[in-house]
Design a protein around this ligand. Structure first.
Ligand code: SAM
Length: 293
């Protein structure tokens, strides 16, 4: 069996041997619990044909388990100081390819093209660095990548936002953006104690199954998202107040009220009560009636 790097002893030993200082600024909280690692991998339903993209392999704890289940693991790590460590911990695997760089700056389409046969569906599995969770998820969902499933450990509070439904406290523009493109499902919550060092917050593993078609059809996606952002700009304000403060001029108020009426949406409601379908209808109606740019 390969030497695991997922025990407190192994992590401390690695830190000492390589004089490696974990960087908080890079979200370096390493997992030290084999059971959690196995459950993350199980949540992704991998087969021996799966191609996996891992973001932030760290010392390789999750990478080892992934490589044992998948055909190939492509790992992207920002911190070059981990190179000698990963060379050691992953040396017995011939199906892992590690790339050093910032995942947010990398051309993932080219990387996938270089590493996988054409038209290969990709599964992303990662214990994400929490300081860049949202930009990473947005990059994975909006760049026309062949990503079909995403299983990631993230802050528990962010996971609830991704899964939230209208009327719930954590429902907001992020919930809508993610649900527009994927089906989210929280697979488990994870205590702080399974990391070195312990983060300040609890975590959750969430699975996103990317939709083959967006949840709703809209005429102008960019306006749809501007409308949503404006509707949530100040959570305690009504929809009409948020839209008048953030999107429309006084002269347009009558047209806005008429559009809301056409859609059967009470202007006194708060943005947080509107479903994605209601936002889509409103977005298309406003485009037509106000000629919104
Ligand atoms: N996978 C390891 C584990 O579970 O123990 C480490 C996870 S740790 C929470 C996050 C990892 O992401 C770190 O290794 C960190 O260096 C890396 N990272 C941070 N920002 C990154 C970025 N922009 N691109 C790629 N990797 C990044």
């Amino acid at each position: 069996m390969n030497k695991r790097v997922s025990s407190p002893k192994a992590v401390h030993e690695m830190i000492r041997q390589y004089q490696f200082a974990l960087k908080k600024s890079l979200g370096q909280n390493f997992l030290i619990d084999d059971n959690i690692l196995k459950r993350i991998v199980a949540s992704a339903d991998l087969t021996e044909d799966s191609y996996v993209l891992e973001i932030g392999p760290g010392a390789g704890a999750l990478t080892q388990f992934l490589a044992e289940r998948a055909k190939k693991v492509i790992a992207v790590e920002i911190d070059r100081r981990l190179e000698p460590i990963l060379s050691e911990t992953l040396k017995e695997y011939d199906n892992i390819s590690v790339h050093f760089g910032d995942v947010l700056k990398m051309d993932l389409n080219s990387l996938i093209k270089d590493e996988c046969p054409p038209d290969t569906p990709i599964t992303v599995v990662a214990n994400l660095p929490y300081y860049v969770t949202t930009p990473i998820l947005m990059k994975l969902l909006t760049n026309d990548l062949p990503v079909r499933t995403i299983v990631v450990m993230i802050q528990k509070e962010v996971a609830s936002r991704l899964e939230a439904e209208p009327g719930q406290k954590s429902y907001g523009s992020l919930s809508i953006a993610v649900q527009y493109m994927a089906h989210p499902k929280i697979m488990m919550t994870v205590p702080k104690t399974v990391f070195i060092p312990q983060p300040n917050v609890d975590s959750a593993v969430i699975r996103l199954d990317v939709r083959s078609e967006k949840k709703v059809r809209v005429q102008d996606e960019s306006f749809f998202f501007r409308l949503i952002r404006a509707s949530f700009a100040q959570r305690r304000k009504t929809l009409i107040n948020n839209l008048m403060n953030n999107l429309y001029s006084r002269e347009q108020k009558t047209a806005l009220l008429a559009a809301l009426k056409t859609c059967g949406i009470d202007p006194g409601r708060r943005g947080e009560t509107l479903t994605i379908e209601e936002f889509a209808r409103l977005s298309d109606t406003l485009k037509k009636t106000t000629g919104e740019s």
